[in-house]
Design a protein around this ligand. Structure first.
Ligand code: SF4
Length: 331
């Protein structure tokens, strides 16, 4: 098997928050708590889960937007999580991001040319103005925007077109991996499909790897190679699209799938599974299985014993005591 492009091992990201009482020890919000996965060259891994499960913190950790608490992140075999800002600069060129909101993520005081050229100015100081203009024109072609977009302002474009501008900005750096953080969540259904098709075309053309972060399994169903499902800071199931959607192991994944009409919840039966209660606080995660208070299959031991991530072969793994009769620890 080829070496992965990105390898995340035992990633933890805790945020210090104020203590409840004067003099008490400060508390920690465990946004990401021992998460491991890898992404191959030209592969899409989707990270899915409800709001607050830690998926965006994983993306931001990889992008080096803040220091991680523990674990390691490697890109192309090189450890990138402890680099100085100087040393991280060439890495940042290879790692780009497309954010959720195409309205707030583009500077309204910059024309499209300057927005798309920003990474070129940062990472390719050797290029002349004419060379930069040529490159900006090329990436606008790649994302399906007209050449005259170059001299226009972001407010002159629709949401879908703005997201194309955001993708053009990411592409101009010639990245190896793009983190798409809820990149289509704010768009209308038909525009979502267009942007997903565009990302797939670009991936085929340029061999890009994508980390696709989404709260919606339905969105990733038709475009991802592999899926990792997160709950309260941990991966509870990971595998290929086929494994996670159609040989589903974890009760939480089954519940998420059962709410996706287009999937007919084949992995979870056709019955909609309504989860009781809300996601618990990542400041005081429950003991045992973090999902036990909402799990329709919970047993007594689930309240006290945390289930390990167990492999079912070929990279499909899930963390649930119902696995006890099958599989071996995932790592
Ligand atoms: Fe449900 Fe128990 Fe499995 Fe957790 S370990 S998902 S509570 S059955």
């Amino acid at each position: 098997m080829n070496a992965p492009l990105l390898k995340v091992t035992g990633l933890k990201k805790y945020y210090a928050i104020g203590s409840r009482f004067p003099g008490a020890r400060p508390r920690q919000l465990r946004a990401v708590d021992d998460v491991s996965f890898s992404i191959g060259h030209g592969e899409t891994l989707s990270l899915v889960g409800e709001s607050g499960c830690g998926k965006s913190s994983v993306g931001r950790s990889i992008l080096g937007l803040f220091p991680i608490t523990d674990g390691s992140i490697e890109l192309g075999g090189m450890r990138i999580d402890r680099l100085s800002p100087e040393a991280f600069r060439p890495v940042r060129k290879k790692l780009q991001v497309v954010f959720q909101d195409p309205f707030s993520s583009l500077n309204p005081r910059m024309k499209v040319r300057d927005i798309v050229a920003e990474p070129l100015r940062n990472f390719r100081p050797d290029l002349s103005r004419a060379q930069i203009d040529r490159k900006v024109g090329d990436v606008l072609d790649q994302v399906g925007l007209p050449r005259d977009a170059i001299g226009r302002w972001p407010h002159e474009f629709s949401g879908g077109q703005r997201q194309r501008i955001g993708i053009a900005r990411a592409l101009s750096a010639e990245p190896e991996l793009i983190v798409c953080d809820e990149a289509v969540s704010a768009l209308d259904v038909s525009v979502k499909a267009q942007i997903i098709n565009l990302l797939q075309d670009l991936q085929r053309e340029l061999g890009l790897a994508l980390l696709f972060i989404s709260h919606d399994l339905g969105i990733v169903a038709h475009m991802t190679h592999r899926v990792a499902v997160m709950y309260l800071g941990k991966i509870v199931e990971i595998g290929t699209r086929q494994e996670v959607f159609f040989q589903t192991r974890h009760p939480y994944t089954k519940a998420l799938l059962s709410s996706v009409p287009s999937m007919k919840a084949r992995g979870a039966g056709s019955r909609r599974i309504i989860l009781a209660g809300d996601v618990p606080s990542p400041v005081d995660p429950p003991p045992g299985c973090r999902f036990h208070a909402r799990c329709p299959s919970a047993m007594d031991r689930c309240k006290v014993e945390e289930p390990p991530l167990v492999s079912h072969g070929d990279g499909h793994a899930s963390a649930c005591h119902l696995n006890d009769t099958h599989g071996v620890p995932a790592r």
